[in-house]
Ligand binder design. Structure first.
Ligand SMILES: [Ca+2]
Ligand SMILES: [Ca+2]
Length: 451
């Protein structure tokens, strides 16, 4: 890892850094500095006014001397999100069908299967009209629910990966639909907002358009339901077909469709649906292919729980964050639902104990490794969080797959407020309503995230 000296993520030691405060070191130019990493000399090469050398991994302490004495001591911090390309992304999860209805003419167009009871006709025109609103929220990325041709309002039953859905664009006019999508992306990009597309690759619709949806004639193949979740979806008559990852043509078909949205669609990344239904070797191939196409694309996966206990679930989910031996990484991050659920119990429901959270944080840190959030001074307590809470985005307080923490929090307050054993009043910190004392023990422990 080449670095410049002084390194941006190196922190001047405040204690024990005697040389850093040596008056003769201040403002003095050293023409032939010597560098030691953890006591071992390292060779450096000059590049203009900077010196470059390789730290390797795990190096903790850098000392710079002039050949006679030590002039500077630096403590090296592990890689932090500040160095990571996605650290500054604030992503707003946006369900297209529910967000904003910009065109009533496309409402329910093509929807022949499941439609949300609260369906509000949301579409890309609605997003386009809300770009200023999104910018005002302070987000710099949006995660759009699946926008491909489908027969439901959720969009996870993709009928054609290469076509924008009728109900979110311009019905029965493929070119105009794509143009609307491109205008929306341009407007978001113009406002400094990146676009992450929700991409289901584990499965498509049983009504997948075999010709129009397969422009390169790769003839994708499907299997019957394999994982428990897939069997459950079949029992719901979801109408999915599950892609066959043992078939090379199917894999190339899915890679080609994904590349299309990074290039033609100018997407900045993908949220990959139900990653546990897809073999890790495909995700490694996918990761390499997408990073080749767009090196800065964010690729994060939804690793939902299965019927196993939280511990085994978390262990299995973490395997999707690990690199596949000989093939490379699978994802930049994961949505870590087991940890999210513990956080909801502790902070929103108030039924969990802080020691539960501590247990899970330690467990998560052991699975994913630690890193600094980069948002607070490292000297403050709590500044170091597990990598999964930053890179793997696990503190996501709610998605369409979970109860939103704010909703859970309000329900907890509502329960307390209506308690018949009320003996005294207590002002709730979350919704500012009055709760009874018998419930207050619980309520006092509630700390809401922002809704
Ligand atoms: Ca509409
Ligand atoms: Ca599968």
């Amino acid at each position: 890892m080449p670095v410049r000296q002084p390194r941006p993520r190196a922190e001047r030691e405040r204690r024990g850094g005697r040389a850093a405060h040596h008056p003769r070191a201040a403002g003095r130019r050293v023409d032939s500095p010597e560098f030691r990493l953890d006591g071992q000399p390292v060779a450096a090469t000059r590049a203009g006014d900077a010196w470059q050398f390789t730290t390797g991994t795990g190096a903790r302490r850098l000392v710079v001397g002039d050949g006679k004495r030590d002039l500077l001591a630096l403590r090296l911090l592990p890689d932090t999100p500040a160095d990571a390309p996605f650290n500054d992304w604030t992503i707003y999860h946006l369900m297209l069908a529910d967000f904003a209805n910009g065109d009533a003419n496309n409402d329910r167009s093509g929807m022949r299967r499941w439609v949300h009871s609260g369906y509000s006709g949301g579409d890309l025109q609605g997003v386009l009209g809300k770009v200023d609103h999104l910018k005002a929220l302070g987000v710099n990325a949006v995660w759009l629910s699946p926008l491909f041709a489908s027969e439901t309002s959720h969009g996870y039953d993709v009928m054609n990966y290469y076509r924008v859905g009728d109900a979110v664009s311009v019905p029965r006019d493929r070119e105009s639909a794509m143009q609307l999508y491109q205008r929306t992306v341009e407007a978001l990009h113009g406002a400094g907002i990146r676009v992450v597309l929700d991409l289901p690759l584990n499965h498509g619709s049983g009504s997948y358009e075999r010709q129009a949806g397969d422009p390169k004639g790769l003839k994708p193949k499907a299997t019957s339901a394999q994982q428990e979740a897939e069997k459950t979806w079949d029992s719901w008559n979801a109408g999915f077909r599950y892609w066959n990852f043992a078939d090379a043509g199917t894999r190339e078909f899915l890679l080609d469709a994904s590349r299309y949205w990074l290039t033609e669609g100018k997407a900045d990344g993908f949220r990959l649906d139900y990653v546990r239904g897809v073999p890790p070797d495909f995700w490694a191939e996918f990761y390499a292919a997408m990073k080749t196409t767009k090196p800065n694309a964010l690729l994060f996966g939804e690793a939902w729980q299965d019927a196993a206990a939280p511990g085994p679930n978390a262990d299995d989910i973490a395997t999707y964050y690990a690199a596949v031996p000989g093939e490379g990484p699978q994802f930049d991050g994961l949505l870590d639902f087991p940890l999210q659920m513990v956080m909801t119990e502790v902070f929103a429901r108030g039924t969990g104990d802080a020691s539960d959270l501590e247990h899970w944080l330690q467990r998560t840190a052991a699975q994913y490794g630690e890193c600094s959030t980069g948002r607070r001074p490292a000297s403050r307590a709590g500044a170091r969080l597990p990598a999964s809470m930053t890179r793997a985005a696990s503190p996501c307080p709610g998605t369409h797959s979970t109860s939103r923490s704010w909703s859970v929090c309000r329900q907890s307050c509502e329960r307390a407020r209506n308690c018949r054993r009320s003996r005294a009043a207590h002002a709730c910190r979350c919704c500012r309503t009055i709760a009874c004392l018998s419930c207050a023990r619980r309520i006092r422990r509630v700390t809401c995230w922002s809704p």
